[in-house]
Design a protein around this ligand. Structure first.
Ligand code: FE
Length: 158
């Protein structure tokens, strides 16, 4: 009897500490994102976010949260909260990643020679987090296709 009572208390404790952890690791936005150490980023981001945003990984196509999101709003950086893309410039690319033909600023382009390809990497200019790549086969009016990992983004509904 006493044992089961203790078991219940412990499961509640475990539940509460798990909730606390989710809260602290999910979306605290740092004030000084460019000064954070990798250890600090690891404590702020989930493993998946860390792999993409800090280690330039790529989520599998058609698996992210936003590739098919059609809601009206603004996409912000998943690491620092900077406003990056407007849903008005999102288009159906067929790639399986959220695709935009323009940005809201707050992004920088970096030459990327990894994997034997020459590509243009897109990073958040506020925190230098990896977002994706930009290609020149996008629709009018810009002709650009910003191909962005869902996991690098948060969505703010309008
Ligand atoms: Fe950022």
């Amino acid at each position: 009897m006493k044992g089961s009572f203790l078991a219940i208390v412990f499961s509640f404790l475990a539940l509460f500490s798990a909730c606390g952890q989710t809260q602290s690791t999910s979306k605290e936005k740092p004030n000084n994102p460019k000064e954070l150490s990798e250890e600090e980023w690891k404590s702020i981001l989930t493993q998946e976010e860390y792999d993409v945003l800090r280690n330039k990984g790529t989520e599998r196509a058609f698996t992210g949260e936003y590739w098919d999101n059609k809601e009206d709003g603004v996409y912000v950086c998943g690491a620092c909260g900077a406003e990056l893309f407007d849903s008005k410039t999102k288009f159906k690319s067929g790639s399986g990643w959220p695709s935009f033909y323009d940005t809201l600023g707050n992004v920088s382009m970096v030459m990327d020679r990894s994997y034997g390809m020459l590509r243009t990497e897109v990073v958040c200019s506020n925190c230098e987090g990896h977002l994706g790549h930009v290609f020149e086969d996008g629709p009018r009016p810009t002709g650009y296709r910003y191909c962005i990992n869902s996991v690098s983004l948060d969505f703010k509904k309008r």
